[in-house]
Design a protein around this ligand. Structure first.
Ligand SMILES: Cc1cc2nc3c(=O)[nH]c(=O)nc-3n(C[C@H](O)[C@H](O)[C@H](O)COP(=O)(O)OP(=O)(O)OC[C@H]3O[C@@H](n4cnc5c(N)ncnc54)[C@H](O)[C@@H]3O)c2cc1C
Length: 276
């Protein structure tokens, strides 16, 4: 990163990662090297004791060796929409942690705030449930069951349509790995209309293929869930024709407050927007 940014490796994460991808693509490699050999050993020992010990377990020395590194996803902005108490739009169904979009973060996430968010919203949910359980005759349980049954009924329609594919056995391990690779390379750090379209084609093909439904295999069910989440991410990323926070479009590199200072909410096949 020296010569690429005044702060070299300490440049903002999106800048470092973009440069890593550029070099990896240029070299046809799946990693770049981290060189910490110029940093005094005493300093490394104080700042990175865990990394040093993990590397040692693998026969590497941070002071002497070049370390292979590659970018990795470590947070998902967005998720199931909740209010400030962790409530979803289904009565009695709550969500918190990385699966939730509580509104605590913006287009980016402040470092080290996701674990705190999980704790805070977990506590809020606990308090809300405790309060509800103390109230009597609210019809609360029935409303929750009604909401969940509605979702299950919709899933059953899909299942019936798919039943003629019951005897097909997909290679889920390979498909899951393909999906992960596609999401990383085409929807990950850098995206554009073409890469999003290609990823969308893969997801749509499999999500519309009946062979995935009506199976009791846990790995297949998880793959369907992954496809569902992938489809939502691709749709939102395709709609948002600007770059903001962790969402970086090669074809729309600038932030566009005039048109896009708003949240995208996807509900079934409908799209809603909410101003920030
Ligand atoms: C490399 C990396 C570094 C990070 N660094 C930081 C940091 O410094 N500070 C910070 O605040 N955050 C950091 N994060 C983000 C933070 O770790 C996550 O946002 C947080 O752990 C999310 O918590 P969670 O409980 O919502 O989800 P998770 O921690 O993902 O927990 C979900 C759990 O559900 C289990 N599960 C999944 N499917 C099923 C199933 N079908 N049935 C039963 N169980 C299931 C999983 O095994 C897992 O245990 C980092 C993340 C990564 C990947």
């Amino acid at each position: 990163m020296v010569g690429r940014h005044p702060r070299a490796e300490l440049a903002p994460r999106d800048i470092v990662v973009k440069e890593m991808i550029r070099v990896m693509d240029k070299c046809g490699s799946n990693h770049v090297y981290l060189d910490a050999t110029h940093i005094p050993e005493s300093h490394l020992k104080i700042r990175f004791p865990n990394i040093i010990s993990k590397l040692r377990e693998n026969g590497l020395n941070l002071k002497k060796d070049l370390i292979k590194v590659s970018p990795a996803e470590h947070y998902l902005n967005g998720g199931i929409k909740t209010d400030y108490k962790g409530k979803t739009n289904i009565e009695g169904l709550y969500c918190c942690g990385e699966a939730a979009a509580t509104g605590a973060h913006g287009a980016n996430r402040l470092a080290s705030n996701s674990l705190m968010e999980g704790l805070v919203y977990g506590w809020k949910i606990y308090k809300d449930i405790e309060k509800k359980l103390k109230q009597k005759n609210t019809g609360y349980e029935n409303k929750t069951i009604e909401g969940i049954n509605k979702l299950l009924d919709e899933a059953k329609i899909k299942k019936r349509k798919a039943s003629k594919f019951d005897d097909k056995k997909p290679d889920i391990k390979t498909l899951t790995s393909d999906l992960k690779n596609i999401m990383t390379r085409k929807v990950g750090i850098l995206r554009d209309a073409q890469s999003l379209k290609e990823a969308g084609e893969f997801v749509d093909f499999h999500i519309n293929s009946g062979y995935l439904y009506n199976k009791k295999d846990k790995n297949i069910l998880e793959f369907v869930n992954m496809l569902t989440v992938a489809r939502l991410i691709i749709k939102a990323a395709s709609l948002r024709e600007e770059s903001r926070g962790t969402h970086q479009r090669n074809d729309f590199p600038k932030k566009d407050d005039k048109n896009w200072k708003k949240h995208i909410i996807l509900k079934q096949n409908k799209v809603y927007f909410k101003d920030v």
